[in-house]
Write a protein that binds this ligand. Structure first.
Ligand code: ADP
Ligand code: MG
Ligand code: ZN
Length: 474
């Protein structure tokens, strides 16, 4: 009876080397307050200077979502006080964001759906408060890291759609190489705005904002909980009392949302154009350069199927991360057969990556994999032996592939005379069966192959055995 309405705000850190208004490093995880300067500490008289790279990355994002790029955008001061915000205002964009009106196509249960993107604007990140038992500390290394805030239209209708949207967005940011979008490190954070309404109603009801969600799992659970809470209030006749515009936090231990504060209206932020910064003007040269964007996951899925004749599911798996698609492209660029790549990458290598090891940190890099797959392609080892070689290489990735094959004694025998000797031995021992074969019992052939392979202890190249056996029987 209810319809769920969700709009998402995503804050993603742009992966520029330096901060958005000063030249401090954006590097993560260093000693507290080591990447700070008068500008990001907000010392009197220090002035911001806009980082051009951040602007370019924002434009690239706009190009990827078919948005309008505003040739002129403006930075505002958003005034509020937090201990981790030294200026007591955040520089952000308000009336005129750099990116406006785009879209993202999501896939949910096999159906495509368009989700509108209202805007994406540039702003600076705050620092980080660290709460200890009886006091709090503040680390300003993060203060001034460029953020792109991406705001969706309230077009999402379920937590599944919300997760699909976020995954698609995450993929675009990674393939564009404009953000690490690392959720654990907080460089991709989401606020979910959630409301419900009677089915068929088109007006928007009161939204609740759930702040700072940073895992797909928690986003889904937080939305589901909130929908449950609002629906129950409605059914109990307590909607007006219990559902009001507010900011809530998700308690990841008890899996419930809790009220944090009433939601500010934008008027309370006293936005005004920052007098220290000129409007951002995007000239043609910069625009042309920034909209040249790399191939994204969706395009790769189509191309992989067309160019390499692989299945859609496999293509989707190959673009699950940019690292996986790069690895795959390294292999096919080295002229390894795409089907072989799919099996050895998606099944064999993936299956051996455990305990948080990913394709990025895989002990076997793509160069090693190429050397290895060449030995399967040229028949030096069988696929079966390949699995053993791969197991060994996982533990000893620095060893040379050919040396490993030699050492494990897994080299296939392709040498004709060795195989022929065994063939002749088998045929001689089975004269009766040879006679049956010659009398037309074709399926005896399989029996001979089996016997020869068995005698060869798995070291014979099966293609070779077939070929030689045919000629000996002829
Ligand atoms: P604020 O910064 O005040 O949260 P924004 O305009 O940046 O405001 O973001 C509002 C977000 O809330 C957008 O993603 C929008 O789609 C979403 N939204 C607005 N109204 C509703 C609603 N009734 N239900 C769910 N989401 C909503
Ligand atoms: Mg908001
Ligand atoms: Zn600085």
């Amino acid at each position: 009876m209810f319809e769920v309405v969700i709009g998402l705000e995503v804050h993603t850190q742009l992966n520029t080397k330096t901060k958005i208004f000063c030249s401090c490093s954006t590097s993560f995880g260093d000693e507290a307050n080591t990447h700070v300067c008068p500008t990001c500490l907000a010392l009197p008289g220090a002035l911001p200077v806009l980082n051009k790279e951040a602007v370019k990355k924002a434009i690239s994002f706009g190009a990827a979502i078919n948005a309008k790029i505003n040739k002129k955008s403006v930075f505002n001061r958003k005034n509020y006080f937090y201990p981790d915000l030294p200026k007591a205002y955040q520089i952000s964009q308000f009336e005129i964001p750099i990116v406006e009106g785009g879209e993202l196509i999501i896939d949910v249960n096999g159906e495509k759906k368009r989700i509108g993107i209202t805007r994406a604007h540039l702003e600076e990140d705050a620092g980080k408060n660290i709460h200890e038992s009886d006091h709090s500390l503040v680390d300003l290394n993060r203060a001034g890291t460029p953020l792109l805030e991406i705001v969706s239209e309230p077009d999402l209708r379920s937590s599944d759609e919300a997760v699909a949207y976020l995954k698609k967005l995450h993929s675009i940011l990674r393939f564009l190489n404009i953000s690490d979008a690392n959720m654990q490190e907080g460089s991709f954070r989401c606020d979910a705005n959630v409301s419900i309404r009677p089915k068929g109603d088109s007006k928007l009801y009161t939204r609740v904002e759930i702040k700072n969600l940073n895992s797909f799992k928690f986003i889904q659970k937080a939305i589901d909980y909130e929908v449950e809470r609002q629906s129950a209030a409605w059914e109990d006749g307590k909607y007006d009392e219990e559902v009001y515009q507010e900011t809530r936090l998700f308690d990841t231990t008890n899996l419930v949302t809790r009220s944090m504060r009433g939601k500010e209206d934008s008027a309370e932020y006293r936005y005004f154009p920052d007098p220290d910064l000129l409007p951002v003007l995007v000239d043609k040269a910069m625009y042309d350069e920034a909209i040249k964007i790399p191939e994204l996951a969706d395009e790769k899925v189509v191309r992989y199927q067309k160019e390499f004749g692989i299945k859609e599911d496999d293509a989707l798996n190959l673009v699950s991360t940019i690292e996986m698609s790069r690895y795959f492209e390294d292999l096919v660029n080295a002229k390894i057969s795409p089907k072989l790549c799919v099996t050895w990458l998606l099944v064999e290598l993936n299956g051996r990556l455990k305990n948080g090891v990913t394709i990025e940190t895989s002990p076997i890099n793509s160069n090693k994999m190429i050397e290895f797959l060449k030995r399967i392609e040229d028949g030096t080892i069988s696929g079966k032996a390949g699995k053993e070689v791969l197991d060994y290489l996982m533990e000893h990735p620095d060893e040379d592939v050919d040396t490993v094959i030699e050492k494990l004694g897994l080299k296939q025998v392709s040498d004709d005379s060795a195989i022929v000797a065994i063939i002749d031995q088998i045929l001689a021992a089975n004269a009766d069966k040879v006679a049956e074969y010659k009398a037309g019992k074709d399926k005896m052939f399989g029996f001979f192959v089996g016997q020869v392979m068995k005698e060869g202890k798995g070291a014979f190249n099966p293609a070779k055995v077939n070929e030689l056996l045919k000629s000996r029987l002829a």
